[in-house]
Ligand binder design. Structure first.
Ligand SMILES: Cc1ncc(COP(=O)(O)O)c(C=O)c1O
Length: 296
């Protein structure tokens, strides 16, 4: 058995945990949290799902180096570095920001300690990823920013069957955060349920749909995009969000972070308050991990 197969076969199903809050019970709504944050200490959440078939493919095709892209705090960079180290690939991360260094923050330090070679490029250079891949990526297996591609979609799709086997009743809404759209595409590719998408960036609903659609071979999707929960934009946080995260963690005892899952969960509570769901609805929110990037 190859190292990649051994790494990915060695996992149990993640818990589908009910969010025990009277707030939901009083309104007749059931919310489950699919705890993919517990899947692996360093390759957690949607990263586990998205990298799986990419690394299978890289191994099958005989690549020895993975090359990918990300910002200074990218969960995907950290996860690719860890997955590469665990499965015997060399890794290269092209990082947005030529003012940065490998010890600039815990994410980059971690990636570097996993053996990832970090190349820092200006924001302008970063925009042309194809050119960067041509310049430094010869012979490398290239994984796009955020890890989102068709093989990532295939990996994320597996969580749907896992949820169905754990729940044994139909889900009304599947909820996920959105960064590059690969995770939402994976859920949509495999689910009958409505998918509620919470962009962590300031973006119009139609733009988010296009981001998702580029990973799918369909023309339309059954997704509703909730654009009001970005808190000022990607990576932006407000006191109200920190307060919500703290309260949720104290009461429910499940960790959230401020870039993706905190914003999504804030949005779910807010939609419940506003009467978006009906009594009896079953919701499943995907915990996409990202806790390595938590700053408080
Ligand atoms: C923790 C976490 N949640 C959600 C997302 C959003 O996923 P996607 O980029 O597939 O939309 C990301 C980014 O990849 C992430 O790191």
């Amino acid at each position: 058995m190859g190292r990649v197969t051994a790494f990915w076969e060695n996992t149990a199903q993640t818990p589908l945990q009910i969010v025990e809050d009277p707030f939901f019970i009083e309104r007749g709504i059931t919310l489950y949290f699919k705890r993919d944050d517990l899947i692996h200490p360093y390759v957690s959440g949607n990263k586990w799902r998205k990298l799986k078939y990419n690394l299978f493919e890289a191994e099958k095709k005989g690549f020895t180096t993975l090359l990918t892209f990300g910002g200074a705090y990218s969960n995907h960079i950290a996860a690719t570095a860890a997955a590469g180290q665990a499965t015997g690939f060399d890794t290269i991360g092209i990082i947005r920001g030529d003012e940065l260094r490998a010890d600039a923050n815990p994410t980059l330090r971690f990636a570097s300690q996993c053996g990832m070679k970090l190349l820092f490029v200006s924001r302008e250079e970063y925009r042309d990823k194809e050119k960067l891949a041509q310049l430094v990526g010869e012979g490398c297996y290239i994984i796009p920013e955020g890890g989102s591609n068709a093989l990532a979609v295939q990996g994320v799709a597996e969580v749907v069957a896992e949820i169905q086997s754990q729940l044994n009743r139909p889900v009304d809404y599947l909820c996920t955060a959105l960064g590059t759209g690969g995770t939402a595409a994976g859920l949509l590719s495999a689910s009958e349920a409505k998918v509620l998408v919470f962009p962590s960036l300031k973006i119009k609903g139609e733009e988010a749909k296009q981001m998702i659609l580029q990973h799918l071979s369909v023309l339309e999707i059954k997704a509703e995009i909730m654009t009001d929960y970005h808190f000022g934009g990607y990576g932006k946080v407000k006191d109200e969000l920190w307060k919500f995260i703290e309260q949720f963690e104290t009461q429910i005892n499940i960790p959230l972070e401020q870039v993706y899952t905190g914003k999504m969960m804030f949005g779910i509570y807010d939609l419940v308050k506003k009467g978006f769901f009906k009594q009896g609805d079953i919701l499943v929110a995907l915990h996409t991990g990202g806790l390595q990037g938590k700053t408080k």
